[in-house]
Design a binder for this molecule. Structure first.
Ligand code: AMP
Ligand code: MG
Length: 408
């Protein structure tokens, strides 16, 4: 990896180049199920049970044998089966069993007839419709077979997985420890929120965005604050991050003019590539190795920092954390107003997606300058415009990627 000035690197090449080098670096541990929310499974989960574990009724009604219904005469109710209270009694010919949803069907049941299709006269039950064999019976194992893989390794446990695992009686799970990520912002002009600004200062916003995205991913964050553009302080921060974390993410200091400075320092400490990506926003980007930790250097411009994190760093962190990762769905939408675009870079414009009279419609959030943060905060999707595409006229079809992952 060298200092590449020969051309712009396509996003997909950059991503592939990084992912090829990365492997999961997080050990596994056992945790009680409730404590594992947000963690990543270290191994496949095979079901210890069949689900449902026994044949049971899908309706409130009557368990019947089809042969008993052939004559058309009413059946006598032999007894009752409730969820948690199976019917164990005799079931002579010409009888049926009153049954509730979730109750085990008595041995010999051919079908369950829903209550609404019967008439009761004391314990004499008349059946108004002829049931199909197996009707309203949930068969043992019809949802999940014993030994089936229910969740593959790499699944992050969310509220959707917790009840599934509980339904299988899984009390402890083997999960990865969280990835530890150090972050700092660079720039003499940056001040933390809660302090006054002198002329020429701005508030450090990137660190709050990166922290929030790391929290969503379930990473542990070591926040090293703001580091001024001073070689000695930067050097100390790089060394501390390398000693204490799996990954270091910085923002700022990778654009032309500042890159030489950071590059000199990082070349001395590790092996870092400075890339010019063929994406907009987010051209400058650095990636490589410190002695122990991986390093991602994001651009300073706030929108560029968020977009490069989302598109490049998020999949890389997922791989390091052992997490399966899929990009959100991409959809096609009609552009409601013209979009500015020059060929040469893959654009991630910020858009507002809505349901129009003829399908999905999208419009720009306004200025797409990478310093204009409101372009992102007002958006609900990216408008992804291909590298060689130019200006887009109203009515053209474009690809959109609704926010729903980190950039919700
Ligand atoms: P740089 O990449 O350091 O040259 O910064 C590019 C632009 O982003 C400059 O206008 C910086 O002031 C701004 N910037 C850099 N870091 C941050 C940050 N943490 N928060 C807000 N703006 C930043
Ligand atoms: Mg700077």
């Amino acid at each position: 990896m060298g200092f590449d000035t020969s051309g712009l690197l396509p996003l997909s090449d950059a991503l592939q180049g990084m992912l090829e080098q990365l492997t999961c670096c997080c050990d596994s541990e056992q945790l009680p199920l409730p404590e594992a929310l947000g963690r990543v499974l270290a191994s496949d989960i095979a079901s210890p049970l069949a689900v449902p574990p026994f044949d049971n009724s899908a309706m409130d009604g009557y368990a019947v044998r089809l042969a008993d219904l052939a004559s058309g005469t009413p059946l006598i109710m032999a007894g009752k089966a409730f969820a948690g209270q199976p019917y164990h009694g005799e079931w002579p010919a010409g009888h049926c069993v009153r049954i509730m949803t979730g109750a085990p069907v008595p041995a010999g049941t051919d079908a369950v007839v829903m209550q609404e299709e019967t008439q009761a006269d004391g314990d004499r039950i008349t059946f108004l419709a002829q049931p199909e064999p197996g009707q309203n019976i949930r068969r043992a194992g019809s949802d999940i077979g014993k030994g089936d893989c229910v969740l593959p390794a790499g699944t992050r446990l969310t509220p959707r997985e917790m009840p599934l695992l509980a339904s299988l009686g899984v009390a402890t799970v083997t999960v990865r420890r969280p990835l530890k990520v150090a972050i700092f912002s660079t720039g003499d002009e940056l001040k933390p929120v809660g302090t006054p600004l002198a002329h020429g200062d701005i508030y450090d916003s990137n660190r709050y965005g990166v922290r929030a995205m790391l929290a969503r991913m379930g990473c542990d964050c070591l926040d090293l604050g703001i580091i001024p553009d001073d070689p000695a302080q930067l050097r100390a921060a790089f060394i501390r991050a390398d000693e204490e974390a799996d990954v270091l993410i910085t923002t700022g200091g990778v654009s032309v003019g500042e890159a030489d400075f950071t590059k000199q320092l990082l070349d001395e400490l590790g092996e870092i590539g400075f890339w010019k990506l063929a994406i907009k926003p987010g051209k400058p980007f650095a990636f490589g190795r410190l002695p122990r930790a991986w390093f991602f250097g994001l651009p300073g411009n706030p929108v560029s920092a968020m977009v490069t994190f989302d598109q490049l760093v998020q999949p890389a962190l997922a791989k390091l954390a052992g997490q399966r990762f899929e990009r959100p769905l991409q959809l096609q939408a009609i552009v409601a107003e013209p979009l500015k675009k020059s060929p040469g870079r893959l654009d991630f414009q910020r858009g507002i997606l809505s349901q129009g009279p003829n399908g999905l419609e999208v419009r720009s959030t306004g200025s797409q300058d990478s310093a204009v943060f409101s372009s992102l905060s007002r958006a609900n999707c990216y408008i992804v415009l291909e590298r060689e595409r130019g200006r887009v006229a109203a009515g053209e079809t474009v690809t959109v990627e609704p926010f729903g992952g980190l950039l919700l």
